[in-house]
Write a protein that binds this ligand. Structure first.
Ligand code: ZN
Length: 689
């Protein structure tokens, strides 16, 4: 290989000091060629179906490609200048084609099955066996095992489903964009914050109309529902929002954007696909690679949670309606009053200034606090380290054992830039695994989009300050990072977060968020930017109260969506007499506390399950919350958020095992029992008094 190309230098850390966009094409092309040659060789009849000659050789052989393409993808995300965007997009179709070939290569499937059936299989490590099992499962789910005469139909269904999914999203987007509410009398906008008004003013100018223009996009719609005193305005916008991509053709919507037939057809095709694969329902297909076992288990989980949350949700609603009636003069409470009245109630009860809180979370304190949490919990030290980086703001650290041995390393890129994609995320630069040269240590990227430090005092620059939400985000991503870095995995396919079921992968990240709510941790992690004083208790109590504001109402809403999704893909018969809306009405009667009007068409805009990958998977949000809350409760029961025995067990049974065994086994090994919903209810303030 051409070693002049820094993308092909795999000796240690990525060469961010040398890599240029022009290196991408030659490097990726040569790695893809090498990858195809390798697959050709490994699938030859003369290649024995052993771990060493086949499965291990395949993982080892493709690892350099994964790392090089990972660097390109990372730079595309954090340094999205035209040259890098072009270099990335130029190779993306080639790379996608390579992965598609890999997933459809039946010779690979045959080799994995031969290995699974060989006498060697019993002698493989637990990790190696899991890698083989996962590969076989994924090939099966993509139809590799179907009789030849059924494959064309299966392929046609898959393609049609992706088209329908795209159509669903397009219809929703077109319907969302077609609506505009123009207001010409400023008095009608009372209550709206200035920035929301200004944005509407700009939108009107852009559209060439007088006054203020509001749309159904979140940044425009949200503030109207939350702040506008004009009830008719809220009601009109609410109805437009709730009937997007539905059968009503009043005003802006069009018949061809109706998602009702799209949903119907998707449900039929998903059911047919499931039957072909030998499953009872699409929900069973969806659950096959997840932690949850059966639709019945998920339904029981959601119903248990609903039964416990509903009394609190009812209390929330009663309180809201009473407040709306007594203090806002709204006697006939309607759904379009909910966000507005809630905002007023929140302000009245628990008002505190986000800006005030932010003054306490200075960057050096926050990072120091985070690293101290890691050290107290797991005994690993975080130390500054050196590496070539892609921007001068980026920092690099190493994790060490108490004896000073290297565990892993990570980059920290905290600040927002114009060339960086939004949000926060963890990604890997390199995974832990065994190589011929020994153990390769893992490396992670932690990326956030916080405001950089501004201003100076007495000639000294002021530190950056973070909102509490940003601090939580940082802890969350660090949780993913620790899952990646603290693994003891030796096989790429199940090392760190590789191979972890996606309804379990948020456990370590959400677990870490809990430390942002520990009073003792916050004491050490805060210092007012002017006075240096730690966060006052009174302010913390208000933050806690606001955190649990309307938690019952919010919980039953998420449960309503999850239950609807799971029933729709398990018990509902798309060919039957009752409709999707009938099912939703039934679910609402069971769990909801705020019943929307009869014309509300929630399914027609439920993108997660029809336009995204969450079909029969929406429950994962609540599922992961339950797991992380219950894991944290083990520390609460020990009476110490840093209890050393529990910390060691969390490391041994959850973090370090990664995807090498089913997540439920890891959880039970840590907790000594099945997950329980009680801790989540308690953390959300939902405990029976
Ligand atoms: Zn996450």
């Amino acid at each position: 290989m051409n070693t002049d190309n820094p993308l092909l230098d795999f000796s240690d850390l990525p060469r961010f000091d040398l890599v240029q966009p022009e290196h991408v094409k030659p490097a990726i092309e040569s790695l893809l060629t090498a990858g195809r040659e390798l697959i050709e060789r490994l699938t030859a009849e003369t290649t024995p179906a052993t771990w060493r000659d086949f499965a291990g050789a395949l993982a080892d052989g493709l690892e350099p490609f994964g790392r090089a393409w990972g660097i390109v993808g990372h730079l595309h995300s954090v340094n999205d200048v035209p040259a890098w965007r072009e270099a990335y997009n130029q190779m993306l179709p080639e790379v996608s084609r390579f992965y598609a070939e890999l997933g459809q290569n039946l010779k690979l499937f045959e080799k994995y099955k031969a290995l699974r059936g060989s006498s060697e299989y019993a002698t493989l490590t637990r990790e190696q066996q899991k890698v083989v099992a996962n590969e076989i499962r994924d090939f099966r789910l993509s139809g590799a095992e179907l009789p030849e005469d059924q494959k064309p139909r299966f392929q046609a269904i898959s393609e049609e489903l992706s088209q329908l999914s795209a159509k669903f999203s397009e219809n929703l987007l077109d319907a969302t964009n077609a609506f505009a509410e123009i207001v010409t009398d400023e008095a009608q906008l009372a209550g709206l914050p200035d920035d929301a008004k200004q944005a509407a003013r700009n939108a009107a100018e852009k559209a060439g109309v007088d006054g203020w223009r509001f749309s159904l996009q979140a940044p425009s719609y949200g503030p109207v529902m939350q702040y506008a005193e004009n009830r008719e305005l809220r009601a009109r916008m609410y109805r437009a929002y709730a009937t997007r991509a539905a059968e009503f053709h009043d005003g802006s919507s069009k018949p061809e954007w109706d998602n009702t037939p799209v949903i119907q057809h998707m449900l039929e095709l998903r059911q047919e696909e499931a039957k072909m694969l030998g499953f009872g329902s699409f929900a069973e297909v969806s659950l096959a690679p997840k932690m949850a076992d059966t639709p019945a288990q998920v339904l029981a989980f959601l119903r248990e949670l609903a039964a416990k949350a509903k009394p609190f949700a009812e209390r929330d609603v009663a309180e809201l309606c009473a407040f709306a009636s007594d203090e806002l003069g709204i006697a006939d409470f309607a759904p379009w009053d909910a966000a507005y009245a809630s905002e007023k109630l929140l302000q009245k009860r628990y008002a505190f200034s986000e800006q005030e809180v932010k003054q306490y979370f200075t960057e050096p304190r926050v990072l120091g606090g985070l690293f101290k949490v890691i050290e107290s919990l797991f005994k690993f030290k975080v130390r500054p380290d050196d590496a070539p980086v892609w921007h001068e703001d980026v920092r690099f650290y190493r994790l060490e054992t108490p004896a000073g041995d290297l565990v892993g390393q990570f980059y920290l890129d905290l600040y927002a830039r114009e060339t960086k994609r939004g949000g926060a995320w963890m990604d890997e630069a390199r995974a832990r695994r065994r190589t011929v040269g020994g153990i390769q240590k893992p490396i992670a990227y932690l990326n956030c989009n916080f405001a950089r430090p501004v201003g100076a005092r007495d000639g000294k620059p002021l530190p950056a300050t973070f909102t509490h939400d940003e601090v939580i985000t940082l802890f969350h991503e660090t949780g993913h990072g620790l899952h990646h870095l603290l693994t003891r995995g030796e096989e790429l396919g199940v090392s760190g977060i590789h191979g972890v079921e996606w309804d379990a992968v948020e456990l370590p990240s959400q677990f870490m968020e809990n430390y942002c709510w520990e009073w003792t941790v916050l004491q050490g992690m805060t210092a007012h930017v002017d006075s240096g004083a730690p966060l006052p208790r009174e302010l913390f109590d208000k933050m806690l109260a606001a955190k649990n504001f309307q938690s019952g109402m919010m919980a039953v809403r998420q449960i309503e969506f999850s239950l609807f999704d799971m029933l729709l893909h398990s018990e509902f018969d798309p060919q039957g007499r009752s409709t999707v809306m009938d099912l939703l009405d039934e679910v609402r009667r069971e769990v909801a506390v705020l019943i929307p009007p009869e014309w509300h068409r929630f399914p027609n805009s439920f993108s997660h399950i029809f336009g995204g990958g969450y079909g029969a998977g929406y429950f994962s949000y609540k599922w992961a919350e339950v797991l992380s809350a219950d894991a944290y409760a083990a520390f609460e029961e020990a009476g110490d958020p840093f209890d050393p025995t529990v910390g060691q067990r969390f490391l041994d049974e959850i973090l370090s095992v990664g995807g090498s065994r089913p997540a439920i086994e890891s959880f039970k090994a840590f907790r000594g029992r099945e997950p329980s919903v009680d801790a989540l209810l308690r953390h959300s303030g939902m405990i029976a008094a």
